[in-house]
Design a protein around this ligand. Structure first.
Ligand code: SF4
Length: 102
């Protein structure tokens, strides 16, 4: 099973319990993929204690995510280095905030 599949399974399990990750909460989820580094720093702190933190980080590793906060880590390079990042641009990001458990 891939890391992405493990994350999806855990998110589905959480949803079955009526729970969700903090980044999935309406009204705050945009912080995780914000262009503002201060927002992303807050999001990274809010990942603390997330029940899928390990799976989230592993899935982000699997996808080589390079923009946004995953597993409590802001993977966004400093602005000067963003142009050289080959993958992970916002349009390609597969963030847990974007996943709807079925
Ligand atoms: S980004 Fe990952 S670790 Fe952080 S709250 Fe969302 S699912 Fe949890």
């Amino acid at each position: 099973m891939t890391a992405d599949e493990q994350l999806t399974r855990r998110l589905v399990d959480l949803a079955a319990q009526g729970r969700r990750s903090r980044c999935g909460e309406a009204g705050s989820h945009e912080l995780w993929l914000s262009d503002d580094a201060t927002d992303r720093a807050l999001a990274a702190r809010w990942c603390t204690g997330c029940p899928v933190l390990v799976e989230c980080g592993a899935a982000a590793d699997e996808h080589d995510e390079r923009f946004g906060v995953f597993g409590g880590v802001d993977r966004t390079p400093p602005p000067a280095k963003r142009k050289s990042a080959a993958t992970g641009v916002r349009g390609e990001t597969r963030h847990p905030t974007c996943q709807e458990p079925s």
